[in-house]
Ligand binder design. Structure first.
Ligand SMILES: Nc1nc2c(ncn2[C@@H]2O[C@H](COP(=O)(O)OP(=O)(O)OP(=O)(O)O)[C@@H](O)[C@H]2O)c(=O)[nH]1
Ligand SMILES: [Mg+2]
Length: 310
């Protein structure tokens, strides 16, 4: 697919182009961010085996010959528990209203549940065109794939909603889905320059790469209790990119886990994140990572504002 977007001569699109916003909705962990990265052809959203990996609505931009899709990777929908999840939920509802079309993603490995029915109802209520994808079919044999597709077909969805079996991991079925999505967005000029893959500020994008490494190395409550913040990116011409970042924990005990024995944990997180940032930027990177405590940051509206979690 569009692994790298060659600069499009008709930069703004125009006559005959289609462009629009596609909201990616689905329960936590169904593979929304994996699919977004696959369609965009770049790592825009971080991925982990933990539910609720995505906290912000992240936009990924995919541009083809005569189309542009702006995919909005929504936090997995679920019942609000605190100010953080409440913001995530409100954001989801708003993004659905503001999108041209919704792509509702289901996890083929799991039974259809109340969460899926809730999202199906929200997608129908939004009154916009809808496509459905049953993901992770690479992990299913044929009978299970068929069963997952018919379970999806029984959801109450707009009658014209097509259902696609896909694997965001292998890319199987994604091409057909993409074609359908392009047909669902309106005719119109491009919304972003064709070479762009995301509208995330650099600080947020790098902070997410740091957080991804925390998710990869921590268990239980900790992944949800930690936020990463990039305070400064110092771009020294001819030298390394110097990134000042910290991890927010909610308590001293969480902090000591993140720091690890002899600082081993924070060093491992920092090294892995630095490599990811180097891959993304193509630069040599110096990452300065510290761990700090901010009690109940998930309920701290001021900090959530600063972290860009609207
Ligand atoms: N086998 C298989 N695993 C997948 C596929 N797509 C995603 N995954 C895995 O599912 C897990 C969750 O993927 P994410 O992309 O983070 O899911 P998400 O829907 O964005 O999750 P939240 O942000 O928490 O809502 C990760 O471990 C992925 O590697 C797929 O097509 N097949
Ligand atoms: Mg996600």
């Amino acid at each position: 697919m569009n692994a790298a977007h060659p600069p499009n001569p008709s930069a703004a699109g125009g006559a005959g182009t289609r462009a629009g916003f596609v909201a990616l909705a689905g329960r936590p962990n169904v593979g929304k961010s994996t699919l977004l990265n696959r369609i965009v052809g770049a790592k825009v959203a971080i991925v982990s085996p933990r539910p609720q990996t995505t906290r912000r609505a992240i936009r990924g931009i995919a541009t083809g010959e005569d189309w542009q899709l702006v995919l909005v990777d929504l936090p997995g929908s679920q019942r609000p528990r605190d100010a953080l999840t409440e913001r995530m939920q409100r954001r989801t509802e708003r993004e659905l209203r503001d999108s041209d079309t919704v792509l509702f993603l289901l996890n083929g490995e799991q039974e259809v549940g109340p969460g899926d029915r809730f999202i199906a109802a929200a997608a129908t209520a939004a009154g916009i065109p809808c496509a459905v994808a049953v993901n992770k079919v690479d992990a299913l044999d044929h009978p299970r794939t068929v069963a997952a597709l018919s379970a999806a077909a029984e959801l109450e969805l707009p009658p014209e909603a097509e259902i696609f079996p896909i694997s965001a991991r292998t890319g199987a079925g994604v091409e057909a889905l993409l074609e359908a999505l392009v047909a669902l967005v309106p005719e119109g000029p491009y919304l972003y320059p064709p070479a762009e893959t995301t509208d995330l500020p650099a600080e947020v994008r790098l902070a997410e790469l740091v957080r991804e490494q925390v998710l990869a190395r921590t268990r239980q409550e900790l992944p949800h209790a930690v936020e990463a913040e990039v305070e400064e990116i110092d771009d020294r011409p001819g030298g390394a990119l110097v990134v000042q970042a910290h991890l927010w924990a909610e308590s001293e005990s969480q902090k000591s886990i993140l720091v690890g024995r002899g600082g081993g944990m924070v060093r491992a997180i920092g090294t892995a994140a630095r490599r990811e940032i180097e891959t993304l930027t193509g630069r040599r990177v110096h990452l300065d990572l510290t761990v700090r405590v901010r009690r109940a940051w998930r309920r701290d509206e001021t900090l959530l504002d600063r972290l860009g979690i609207e």
